[in-house]
Design a protein around this ligand. Structure first.
Ligand SMILES: CC(C)(COP(=O)(O)OP(=O)(O)OC[C@H]1O[C@@H](n2cnc3c(N)ncnc32)[C@H](O)[C@@H]1OP(=O)(O)O)[C@@H](O)C(=O)NCCC(=O)NCCS
Length: 226
């Protein structure tokens, strides 16, 4: 992540060190990925033991703690629920919600859930499985519920459900769903470990298992494309 100097969060005397750390880390990661891909090309796969050794040689100062000692939190502890009223300036020419507005609300609610879970600064790494199932009309109430589905080392998958509510009749329809990945950052703006998530209810456990499959698929896809 790069910052223009006038907005840098680091004091002037530390900027050079921080920039060098980031460059070293990115360079090391680039080399590790190149070696991994070369081994894959020649042998069809890269053994897990080799991956461990490769990551082991990454610069130490760029690798924050592997796991936290924290016991973990249930998804309930970080749920975020919020409500908006869809106004005319947030609609498209058809009089229904402009998708970008809904995505911004989703991102905001999900980021707050991720912050509550890890108690750290977070950034959005990706948004996927975004589905607009039903239109939302001007004047509708828009209810958002964001909760943590799954946690990796530094990343958290947050599920968001957007419900359209008729303010007069009160009937509710699920309008949009999305899954977002957030990464927790340490004081040097590098990915850092987050507390585990402890699903309790049957539904939370199912969401956890489904998210685990998505995270695995995402990582495989990113690796294949690198
Ligand atoms: C997200 C970001 C911090 C990841 O940094 P990185 O140097 O690639 O970090 P790593 O490779 O160590 O990956 C860190 C974690 O992010 C996950 N990750 C990285 N890219 C991802 C992606 N595109 N989708 C989902 N997860 C991703 C990794 O799987 C890893 O998860 P884990 O620690 O739970 O195993 C970096 O890419 C970034 O700063 N992106 C810009 C974020 C941003 O500006 N967002 C919009 C405004 S908030």
């Amino acid at each position: 992540m790069t910052y223009p100097f006038h907005t840098s969060p680091f004091p002037r005397h530390k900027r050079r060190t921080v920039a060098a750390d980031i460059v070293n880390y990115r360079l090391a990661r680039y080399c590790v990925n190149k070696i991994k891909n070369k081994i894959k090309e020649q042998h069809g796969a890269c053994p897990a033991a080799t991956v461990w050794v490769l990551y082991g040689i990454m610069p130490n100062h760029t690798r924050s703690e592997k796991k936290t000692n924290e016991k973990g939190k249930s998804p309930k502890e970080s749920v975020v629920e919020t409500r908006y009223l869809l106004m005319p300036h947030q609609a498209n020419p058809q009089g229904t919600a402009f998708g970008g507005v809904i995505v911004a609300w989703i991102d905001m609610a999900a980021a707050m859930a991720a912050q509550k879970h890890c108690g750290k600064e977070v950034v959005t790494a990706g948004i996927d499985s975004l589905v607009f199932k039903e239109p939302i009309r001007v004047g509708d109430h828009v209810l958002l519920k964001a909760s943590i589905n799954y946690v990796g080392r530094s990343s958290m998958e947050v599920g968001v459900q957007v419900t359209r509510e008729n303010p007069y009749g009160g009937d509710k329809v699920i309008a949009t769903t999305a899954h977002l990945t957030f990464v927790a950052l340490d004081e040097n703006k590098r990915p850092t470990a987050v507390p585990p998530v402890l699903p309790e209810t049957k539904q939370e456990k199912k969401r956890y298992e489904n998210a685990k499959l998505r995270v695995k698929a995402r990582k495989e896809l990113l690796e294949k494309m690198s």
